[in-house]
Design a protein around this ligand. Structure first.
Ligand code: AGP
Length: 589
């Protein structure tokens, strides 16, 4: 999730751009840059790493008469985090910053290269400015509109050009972009924090809106000029960074649907699954898969085991990295070694990756942080595109890990579940009424002698994950268990103080799981059932949508277990974002 800022007419453009990018640092990034039309000159300054590196470069840059400026912090999705790949991307006379993904960038790039237009970066974004300059024949706005007609995907764009140095062109589709003005000063940002203090109201652009600023904001939709829909800006920057939510974790639960759209963009297509990062040859000769990860990422890996074996018919094992690395496992060259990691720095996971490389196995990383140790070590990487995850308890990263594994199992089995994947994204959107119900329900689950989360098949790893979420942030003991295993011992714990969260899929082993619930209910355990079909013998019940696909059930139940953990923890007064004893990335063994 990159950060974008822009401005016109402000007294100190450099200061606004840099301070604005600092307000967006919480979104995470690996490089940054600014572009300014200074008198008749276009100046673009970029740096890899933290903003302090960019500030250092800017120390010696003096602007004479800066007109307009744009700035960007980049979270790599296409192309390594390098200075060349950092934004703004420039052409001969223009510069652009972009958040999102241009799905048809390769086709456009080939088209322009055939016209002898050269590219210097690996990014999808560069096609925007190259295409703009290709279309330019004297009218910048006409050229800009042609670009918008040609590109597919998600974008928030700011573009400046020496041809019309008093203008900033903008467009929004699928990625957030806000525009504001205060008299003759104009401001842009990808979220509202950088604008607070500069304007009192702003226009939160809708998909399909575009336009430019000169001495006013010209806003268009469907090629007709429309009026601005101004809303008051928040006054508190910290609250703005959390999007008005109480915790980053809550914000990240709410943004999962958008993040999954980004994760699947250009990958889940009507024709089936595409991974720019992979080719089918990479999987030739592979008869086994080992998935190695820790914590939540291990739970995602366990889901992958079920999907890859069932769909791709490849023998798959998911292993806890800290166990795998010391048990001297059998690693044969026909095994694909997959590591899953949000941070890309988890020591145990990284060491198993190195062990697999030493044994000559092909390695694939599913990771959220480009250029992390794990990404640098693995042969191939599929980036999760979840954006920075601030909450220590992982939510959106887990969602993108499972989604990526689902797409990978489709990719390897040539299955096309395009509709089901989009349905799963849809049910991941948080329903306010449901959240309200969970808030109320949570007061019943603040004590007791612990929780069992139970499920079968892919709902068993989800039970493990739901229990971990609760443990991590509420500090109440909880364990995930195969529903069929309860009668082999744990049922001895059943009494009214034992809370059971039952994940009851209608599509997988419904009757079997239902009878496990009844075994517990008849022994007076307190049960919360999550299912599309109501059953008696349960104390609480949360209904999910009816669907014919278990993975759609999975994603809706995932959100419910995340919200339950969140609300119980909040009622217990815990610091949800920074739970005691935990770190976001466990780089020690
Ligand atoms: C998940 O909520 C925890 N924060 C933790 O289990 C985490 O998943 C684990 O430490 C692995 O981290 P990684 O995904 O960055 O490798």
């Amino acid at each position: 999730m990159c950060g974008i800022v822009g401005c016109k007419g402000v007294d100190n453009i450099k200061e606004f751009l840099i301070e604005g990018l600092k307000e967006l640092e919480y979104r995470g990034y690996d490089s940054a840059g600014i572009g300014v039309i200074d008198k008749e000159d276009l100046k673009v300054i970029k740096a890899v790493g933290k903003l302090v590196n960019l500030e250092r470069k800017l120390k010696n840059v003096k602007f004479i008469d800066p007109k307009v400026g744009i700035g960007h912090t980049r979270w790599a999705t296409h192309g390594k985090p390098t200075e060349i790949n950092a934004h703004p991307h420039r052409g001969e006379f223009s510069a652009v910053v972009h958040n999102g993904i241009i799905e048809n960038y390769q086709e456009i790039k080939r088209f322009l290269q055939e016209k002898n237009i050269e590219f210097i970066s690996q990014t999808d974004t560069e096609v925007i400015v190259r295409l703009f300059e290709y279309y330019y024949e004297g009218d910048s706005f006409e050229a800009f509109k042609k670009v918008l007609d040609r590109i597919d995907g998600a974008y928030a764009i700011l573009l400046i050009t020496k041809k019309e140095p008093q203008k900033i062109f903008f467009a929004k589709k699928g990625s957030p972009l806000i525009v504001a003005n205060n008299n003759d000063k104009f401001f842009f940002a990808s979220s509202d924090a950088p604008l607070i203090g500069y304007a009192s109201a702003a226009c939160y652009l809708e998909d399909g809106e575009f336009g430019y600023v000169d001495d006013k904001i010209h806003l268009f939709k469907d090629n007709k000029e429309v009026s601005l829909n101004l809303k008051p800006l928040p006054t508190n920057k910290e609250s703005a960074k959390k999007g008005g939510f109480r915790f980053y974790m809550e914000k990240e639960i709410y943004e999962q649907a958008d993040v999954l759209k980004e994760n699947t963009l250009g990958r889940n297509t009507k024709e089936g699954i595409k991974f720019d990062e992979l080719d089918k040859e990479f999987f030739e000769g592979i008869n086994n898969i080992i998935i190695s990860a820790c914590g939540t990422s291990y739970h995602a890996g366990l889901v992958g085991k079920y999907l890859l074996e069932r769909d791709a018919k490849i023998r798959t094992n998911a292993e806890v990295a800290s166990e795998l690395r010391y048990r001297n496992p059998l690693l044969t060259k026909d095994t694909l070694f997959i590591v899953i990691s949000q941070s890309g720095e988890t020591a145990d996971t990284l060491e198993t990756l190195k062990m697999a490389k030493r044994a000559g196995l092909k390695t694939l990383a599913l990771c959220n942080v480009d250029n992390s140790s794990i990404v640098r070590e693995a042969d191939k990487t599929i980036l999760l595109r979840a954006g920075i995850e601030k909450g220590v308890a992982s939510t959106k990263a887990f969602a993108t890990q499972v989604m990526t594994l689902w797409m990978l199992s489709n990719y390897l089995s040539n299955k096309n579940e395009y509709e089901a994947i989009n349905e799963a994204i849809e049910v991941t959107k948080v329903d306010g009424a449901l959240h309200e119900k969970i808030k109320r329900l949570s007061k019943r689950y603040l004590h007791g002698h612990g929780f069992f989360y139970i499920g079968r098949d892919i709902f068993y790893p989800l039970a493990l994950e739901g229990a971990l979420k609760l443990k991590e942030i509420s500090y109440i003991h909880a364990e995930g268990y195969p529903a069929g295993e309860m009668k082999h011992g744990p049922i001895a714990l059943a009494d009214p103080e034992l809370f059971v969260v039952a994940l009851l899929s209608k599509n997988i082993l419904f009757e079997k799981t239902k009878s496990n619930i009844e075994e517990l209910s008849s022994r007076d355990a307190t049960i919360l059932t999550i299912s599309s079909e109501y059953i008696d013998m349960t104390d609480d019940f949360i209904k999910i949508k009816e669907t014919s696909h278990p993975m759609v059930e999975f994603f809706e139940m995932m959100v419910i277990t995340q919200l339950l953990a969140l609300e119980v923890a909040i009622r217990r007064g815990n610091d949800v974002d920074m739970p005691r004893n935990l770190a976001k990335s466990v780089t020690v063994e």
